[in-house]
Design a protein around this ligand. Structure first.
Ligand SMILES: NC(=O)c1ccc[n+]([C@@H]2O[C@H](COP(=O)([O-])OP(=O)(O)OC[C@H]3O[C@@H](n4cnc5c(N)ncnc54)[C@H](O)[C@@H]3O)[C@@H](O)[C@H]2O)c1
Length: 462
């Protein structure tokens, strides 16, 4: 079959896979190929068990795969055959050298630019889909200019991805906005229009925002910094609530009803996780510092610090509540993914908490409907101290404490009377996501410790 356009995506991860599946579904006249250096991942994408869990993803991949959606490890061929190339490789926090622990590691991005240059025989539109430091487009252009080939032009666009894991398909099918940045040159504006036309096949035109390329690059970091800031703000307030008998959920409702503030992202909890928030804020902090903006850097850094404080505070509260010792006690974690509806455990608060619990000589049971496999990889080497039991009722057997780490809906629906029967007494619940009916759990006999609300306990702590 002859396709109108040939699109390539380099990087078949949490962003590249779902994004390209949706483009393929919405643009049947385009051929969409996703390539990756990771053979296992590509094998997964070509199998019945996709390498990532995302509600609605299976159906879309099944609908398009083999028709206009292809997954391959042949990167040179993919580059040669395409006119439009999305770059969706990982850009983790740098772990070495200058900026270690803060700056974005853009080595995979540079490698990709070099691959594109080496294998291109015709002009390409190259789209930054990965989250990158502002001015990265310039670095890409410099690589493309390093060995020019006559008649081959590379136009770099920025098109950051705003999907959230767990709702990726919904976000991609019905985005609040699509942002496309370009150079404001004739070739830049033409390339930008090509990408606008692709999205316009399913996104209302008024939701497609075009901008200069640097604003587009920086908008992504700023969006994540603002979202994370809301979480840290309400979590900071939760600490004050616990001291004052105010209830953080009532505060969220009261302030969220103000249309200038809005209701979303106001649930207090153990803190944000995931592969993006921390790394993107640290990248922003690093950028500010490298431009000499120390105060601005400190301001954003405090968002990450409050997040770490919230986790530490939660753990200290657990230790105190459990009579000062966890040695030999079994702690059952309800959820290990960094949030519901994903199996992703990158930067999950549960990972941090597990390390703290094991350091106290506790035994840990991990129960997550989608993330147990990733948890096993994350915690390899701990052996007998950790058990993995997917069924939440079985997982609670002989536990001293339950800790709700992930806001999976199933944890709202379990029969906690049965859970209570299975546990050792005194039985504790630490609701790190504030999703349970605390009063009901208390009446069943649990000692209940929510976030930002009064604890409900049968024990005396004076
Ligand atoms: N995960 C999210 O929710 C999310 C949301 C928006 C933006 N982002 C950004 O999107 C980018 C990708 O994130 P992700 O979560 O999909 O990462 P990921 O680690 O799941 O996927 C990246 C993929 O790129 C591949 N890759 C690396 N170098 C390569 C190369 N030279 N050639 C071919 N493939 C290569 C890796 O093997 C991996 O499979 C990051 O910059 C991230 O910050 C992520």
């Amino acid at each position: 079959m002859k396709f109108a356009k040939s699109i390539l995506c380099i990087g078949a991860g949490y962003v590249g896979g779902p994004t390209m599946a949706v483009i393929a579904a919405k643009c049947p006249e385009c051929k969409v190929t996703v390539v990756d250096i990771n053979e296992d991942r590509i094998r997964g994408w070509n199998s019945d068990k996709l390498p990532i869990y995302e509600p609605g993803l299976d159906a879309i991949v099944k609908q398009c795969r083999g028709k206009n959606l292809f997954f391959s490890t042949d990167i040179p061929q993919g580059i040669r055959d395409s006119e439009i190339i999305f770059v969706s490789v990982n850009t983790p926090t740098k772990t070495f050298g200058e900026g270690a622990g803060m700056a974005s590691d853009v080595q995979y991005l540079e490698r990709t630019a070099r691959d594109i240059l080496a294998h291109s025989r015709s002009s390409k539109i190259v789209i930054e889909k990965s989250t990158i430091p502002v001015k990265t487009a310039q670095a890409m252009e410099n690589i493309f200019l390093s060995s020019p080939r006559s008649g081959v032009h590379f136009e770099v666009l920025s098109n950051p991805e705003f999907l959230a894991e767990g709702t990726a398909i919904r976000d991609l099918e019905n985005p609040d906005r699509v942002l496309i940045g370009s150079r404001e040159t004739p070739t830049g504006i033409t390339a930008r229009q090509t990408l606008v036309d692709i999205y316009a096949q399913w996104v209302p035109r008024e939701r497609i925002i075009t901008s200069n390329i640097w604003s587009s690059e920086l908008s992504k970091l700023v969006a994540n910094a603002f979202l994370a800031q809301r979480v840290s703000s309400i979590n900071a307030v939760s600490a004050l609530c616990e001291k004052t008998q105010a209830d953080v959920r009532e505060i969220s409702r009261a302030i969220g009803a103000d249309s200038r503030i809005g209701a979303k992202f106001l649930n207090a909890g153990i803190g944000f996780g995931g592969s993006c928030f921390k790394k993107d804020i640290l990248n922003l902090v690093y950028l500010c510092r490298s431009y000499g903006l120390e105060e601005v850097a400190n301001y954003w850094e405090s968002v990450v610090k409050i997040n770490e404080y919230q986790l530490g505070r939660f753990f200290s509260k657990m230790l105190k509540a459990m009579l000062g010792t966890m040695s030999g006690k079994r702690i059952c974690l309800y959820g290990f993914a960094f949030k519901a509806d994903t199996g992703d455990t990158r930067e999950s608060p549960a990972k941090y908490l597990t390390h703290k619990l094991l350091a106290e000589n506790a035994m840990v049971t991990i129960s997550d409907p989608q993330a147990n496999d990733n948890a096993k990889i994350d915690l390899a080497g701990y052996g007998e101290a950790i058990q993995y039991i997917a069924d939440p009722l079985d997982a609670a057997r002989d536990a001293d404490a339950l800790v709700v780490m992930t806001d999976w809906d199933i944890y709202r629906k379990i029969d906690y009377a049965q859970v209570f029967q299975k546990m050792r007494k005194p039985a504790f619940i630490f609701d790190g996501r504030n999703i349970l009916d605390h009063k009901k759990c208390f009446e069943l006999g649990f000692n209940v410790f929510p976030i930002g609300q009064q604890e409900l306990t049968h024990l005396k702590y004076e």
